[in-house]
Write a protein that binds this ligand. Structure first.
Ligand code: CO
Length: 263
């Protein structure tokens, strides 16, 4: 933990210096142009700059659409699942299986999202990915408050993809409903820009920061078959190793025929 914290702080300081230098340079440029140009040309320059900026933003939007395509199996039909849902625990191979891109936005999908919220609240969670209830599709639900009455804070993301991540790194102690009573520090970017679809299939972009950014990235990892123990530094992993091995032993005892990926 201390190692991760130290490197995170070091990265933050380096970024602060870089950003201060950049601001200083751009202030210098504005200053220079004021002293050397007539008012008219300053206005023309400002208009030109604004136009250039808008063009840049427009192109950026297009690139985002073009560059970020999900790859993998596509589920054209209704998502199949059975009620009631229950949480799949580590090291069940379902947590490592590929998750299909959803291409059928029907009642089955909407009911799955609803039931995922129910299971999440029952287990005192703040986020849940579909593979965690044994359904290998690319959908996640979260509610940063963890409170059932706070419907306004509920977020459902279908086929989410990360467009960009901030360079700043944060350390936070995470838990996971698939790893009962196991907690460990994980380093992740502070902010992410995401493209996703809603339950009707409509695409949208969203900027996520603070606690929701933490939850989103943890759940997004599930959709990639990545688990939070994969992201732990070796010393953090060592601190939870015995508990992970215990979960593996329990699973092997109940499922002697299944091959699992061990820590
Ligand atoms: Co999890």
């Amino acid at each position: 933990m201390s190692m991760a914290m130290t490197s995170a702080v070091r990265i933050r300081v380096a970024q602060a210096i870089a950003s201060a230098c950049q601001q200083h340079q751009s202030r210098g440029a504005v200053h220079h142009s004021r002293w050397n140009s007539k008012r008219k040309s300053v206005i023309a320059n400002a208009r030109g700059a604004r136009r250039a900026l808008q063009e840049l933003l427009d192109t950026k939007g297009q690139n985002e659409e073009e560059e970020e395509q999900l790859t993998g199996p596509v589920l054209k039909d209704s998502v199949q699942w059975t009620s009631p849902l229950s949480i799949v625990k580590y090291p069940d191979p379902v947590l490592r299986a590929p998750n299909a891109i959803i291409d059928c936005f029907d009642d089955s999908l909407r009911r799955l999202a609803e039931e995922m919220f129910e299971v999440m609240y029952e287990d005192d969670g703040v986020g849940l990915a579909a593979p965690q209830v044994g359904v290998n599709v690319r959908m996640m639900v979260f509610n940063e408050t963890g409170e059932k009455d706070r419907r306004d804070a509920e977020v459902v993301l279908v086929n989410p993809r990360i467009i960009s991540s901030s360079k700043d790194k944060r350390v936070f102690e995470e838990g996971c409903l698939s790893f009962p009573k196991i907690y460990g520090d994980v380093v992740r970017p502070g902010k992410v820009r995401v493209k996703a679809q809603d339950l009707s299939g409509k695409s949208f972009f969203i900027n996520i920061d603070k606690f929701p950014a933490r939850i989103f990235q943890h759940e997004y990892d599930h959709l990639q078959g990545t688990l939070f123990c994969d992201r732990m530094s070796s010393d953090v992993l060592d601190s939870v190793r015995n508990d992970l091995v215990q979960l593996e032993e329990d699973y092997i005892q109940k499922n002697p025929q299944t091959t699992i990926q061990r820590i």
